[in-house]
Ligand binder design. Structure first.
Ligand code: MG
Length: 384
């Protein structure tokens, strides 16, 4: 039997300072505390998101059940540009959501080059039970459908499938997911907005466009020339930057002699472009007409004035950038600037016929333009 060793020395209590920092908490505690707080925050965020999702689902389900129980046969009409990408998937999603919401079978109308949506929208709004007409396509389709619904009272939903999607951008509608946009188009709240109107005559006194609706910006000169050069295949490949590329081709175009008729009299102007803005937000968060309000009953006129070639255009671009971040600073001596005016209506005459665009669509050449707004003439559906 081995001899017993002597008494084992008592090592004492473990030191509280061993392996620790001076403030008494080791790195592993900090990691544990950080992980715990991170997990807790994530858990709370996930719980809030889950509760909101469930609440939305319950609201939609109750709404659908109410319609079924009450025997209502509400329907949604779709006016769709079938040339846009993802068309079959969009159609499936639209039918599925209508079924989910307890709506009747949708009215489905496609646009054509000859009939871009105005006639279809008017036809759809007149059908029994139709409570919303959804415009699905680019700015051209949205504008055409708005023209058919202006003053009618049936709300317009918007599913932006185009290049710039300007009205959807200004109304803060979902741009990245057509499924999200579809849900807002069918279940969003109603909002009344102004509709811009433009009548134009050429030098022979012939009417080029008569009371044509626009929702964002119409104009003559540089902006119309830029639109005319942005070919469809370039827009398809590059998206909205195609407009900037085509704009470079027209930086050297001559300024236009314009006579602006206002309540104060006639004002002669030498401008690169004259635009009428119902709203002004463009892609890349640029705001061309920062004071434009979609519901104030006024039209905002913006005139582009530049001198000294590229230097003037650079000064103009700088002003637009400043305005887009909320800084209003335009010195009178600037070689490039936007001059703004606001009124119920404007009349503009030019010394020769100029290219005219409305919401990014070229409509011809004219030398006299009358522009105004129909106050709150269009009802749209926007996010709740
Ligand atoms: Mg306005």
């Amino acid at each position: 039997m081995p001899a017993l060793a002597g008494p084992v020395p008592d090592p004492g209590w473990p030191s509280r300072r061993a392996g620790r920092h001076n403030w008494g908490v080791g790195w592993y505690e900090w990691v544990a505390i950080g992980g715990g707080l991170g997990g807790l925050t994530g858990g709370v965020a996930a719980l809030v998101a889950f509760v909101r999702l469930r609440r939305t689902q319950r609201t939609l389900a109750r709404s659908a059940q109410f319609r079924r129980d009450s025997g209502l046969t509400e329907r949604v009409a779709f006016v769709v540009n079938p040339s846009k990408g993802g068309y079959p998937d969009f159609k499936l999603a639209a039918y599925a959501l209508c079924h989910e919401l307890g709506l009747g079978e949708p009215v489905w109308l496609e646009t054509t080059v000859e009939s871009p949506g105005t006639a279809q929208a008017a036809d759809a709004a007149a059908r029994p039970g139709v409570r919303t007409v959804v415009a699905a396509g680019g700015d051209g389709t949205v504008r055409a459908v708005a023209q058919g619904l202006s003053g009618v009272g049936v709300p317009m939903g918007i599913v932006p499938l185009g290049t710039a999607n300007l009205l959807a951008r200004n109304l803060k509608l979902p741009l990245m997911s057509s499924r999200d946009a579809l849900e807002v188009a069918l279940t969003g709240r109603r909002r009344q907005i102004d509709v811009g109107r433009l009548t134009a005559w050429d030098q022979d006194g012939e009417i080029v466009i008569d009371r044509e609706a626009f929702l964002v910006i119409s104009g003559l000169g540089f902006d119309a020339a830029m639109v005319s050069d942005a070919a469809s295949d370039l827009k398809r490949r590059l998206g909205w930057p195609a407009y900037f590329i085509s704009g470079f081709n027209h930086l050297a175009d001559k300024a236009i002699r314009v006579r602006l008729h206002t309540v104060d009299g006639v004002r002669p102007v030498l401008a690169r472009s004259v635009m009428f803005g119902n709203c002004g937000l463009l892609p890349a968060r640029l705001n061309l007409v920062p004071d434009a309000d979609l519901a104030d009953g006024n039209l905002d006129l913006a005139m582009v004035e530049t001198r000294h070639g590229l230097v003037g255009w650079a000064a103009l671009a700088f002003q637009v950038l400043l305005h887009s971040v909320g800084i209003r600073f335009t010195p009178a001596w600037a070689s490039g600037r936007l001059v703004y005016l606001q009124a119920k209506s404007f009349q503009v005459t030019c010394e020769s016929d100029q290219l005219i665009q409305i919401d990014g669509e070229l409509v011809g050449r004219a030398s006299r333009l009358d522009a105004w707004v129909d106050h709150l003439a269009l009802c749209v559906r926007v996010a709740r």
